[in-house]
Design a protein around this ligand. Structure first.
Ligand code: PHB
Length: 388
């Protein structure tokens, strides 16, 4: 072969290779997921990922002619690690969409995500104010304000007028405490004591003793669902279930993943939340049946947040014909509405989730405990109630 022919052949091959790489890059939508997969909040992150993957298995990994690629990273429940991983995914891996993650990671990453106009679907974090930290944030999880305000109303309707608040000492806990308190006090309730327990390795026993000593009618409790099993065990071991003190709170404390392993002491615990595996719609019944068949356990609210998060991404991509730039994708996401396993859901113009909040009681259904819904507060926005 002459030298000039060789050069031509190399140029052709290089050109083909570059074109193929560009086509592959164009064809793929990279979704970076930074979740707690180890550490204190590990099971929450794993459940969100399970929901997202389950959606993709049900609906395929292609949408609008593009292949969806999940890039999953473990923040180890350490906010600084989360921030670094998000930066790496956005700057080096050039993901098209980010799926988050815990409040701590997203708060510190908001300036970067705004600067890079990165569409960010919040599938776990539940602090109200987070949504306003970037115009590229959109949420399919929930806010603690939504559930806390509903349960405040319900408690007062039931004559529970004196109680203790009991929350984990991190931003979601502070929000549950503040929004519950504002609503409850405005409507005439009295808070005897506000107790905060550490996020890392909490020993609930001494804090529960303090709560009991205040002699309340009820304890309003929020701890991450990953720690709720420990709280409930201590509640029973210290005899609080027999003391007449009611346990109420956002649905994190009676998480569906925990209920099958809890005893009858939990019967009658009342919570407010956006999802129960016992939600009686046909959409939810078939969702629960297929998830249970595949995974061997019932889905919980974190699974549904991840599942709906992927639905939002798929539907928005369908609307934009695969275009992923931040402004186009966010415009496509705002205003979307669909029937989720949780019931009707929509994304408002701020990017936040609007959904029903159900008041539920723990009941035995067949052989297992479930959160059985008995009252519905329809289309609850965020914030549901602003304290003045
Ligand atoms: C949050 O980071 O907002 C968060 C984390 C764990 C939860 C709920 C909310 O269980």
């Amino acid at each position: 072969m002459k030298m000039s022919d060789l050069r031509t052949a190399i140029a052709v091959i290089t050109g083909l290779f570059t074109a193929a790489t560009a086509a592959a890059a164009e064809e793929t939508v990279k979704v970076g997921m930074v979740m707690p997969l180890s550490g204190t909040l590990a099971s929450a992150g794993k459940q969100v990922v399970a929901g997202a993957r389950f959606y993709m298995r049900q609906h395929g990994d292609r949408v609008a002619g593009k292949k969806i690629e999940l890039m999953i990273r473990d923040d180890t429940t350490v906010f600084d690690v989360g921030k670094r991983l998000i930066q790496d995914l956005v700057v080096n891996e050039k993901v098209d969409i980010l799926a988050g993650g815990i409040t701590g990671d997203l708060l510190s990453s908001a300036p970067l995500l705004t600067h890079t106009k990165k569409p960010t679907v919040i599938m776990l974090a539940s602090t109200s104010s987070l949504i306003d930290k970037s115009p590229y944030f959109v949420r399919t999880s929930c806010t603690l304000a939504q559930s806390s305000v509903v349960i405040a109303d319900w408690a007062l309707q039931q004559g529970l007028a004196k109680l203790v608040t009991f929350v984990t000492d991190f931003s979601p806990g502070h929000e549950a405490e503040a929004t519950f308190k504002a609503r409850y006090i405005a409507a005439g309730g009295q808070i005897l004591e506000q107790i905060r327990v550490p996020l890392q390795n909490p020993d609930f026993a001494p804090f529960l003793q303090r709560a009991r000593d205040a002699n309340p009618q009820a304890i309003f409790a929020f701890v991450p669902s990953t720690q709720a099993g420990g709280l409930l065990k201590q509640f029973v071991e210290r005899g609080l279930d027999k003391s007449g003190i009611k346990l109420i709170g956002p649905g994190d404390i009676t998480d569906d993943e925990l209920l099958p392993n809890l005893g009858d002491a939990m019967l009658g615990t009342i919570t407010a939340h956006f999802y129960s595996a016992a939600h009686p719609s046909s959409t939810n019944k078939s969702f629960v049946a297929s998830f249970q068949q595949e995974q061997g356990l019932r889905p919980n609210f974190m699974v549904v947040s991840g599942y709906d998060g992927m639905h939002l991404i798929y539907e928005a991509l369908r609307k934009t014909n695969g275009v992923t730039d931040g402004d186009t994708l966010l415009a496509a996401m705002r205003g979307l509405t669909w029937e989720s396993p949780r019931g009707p859901i929509s994304i408002d113009q701020r990017g936040d989730v609007v959904h029903n909040i159900y008041v539920r009681g723990v009941e035995r259904v067949g052989n297992e405990l479930y959160n059985v819904e008995f009252t519905t507060f329809e289309s609850v926005p965020n914030p549901y109630f602003v304290a003045h």
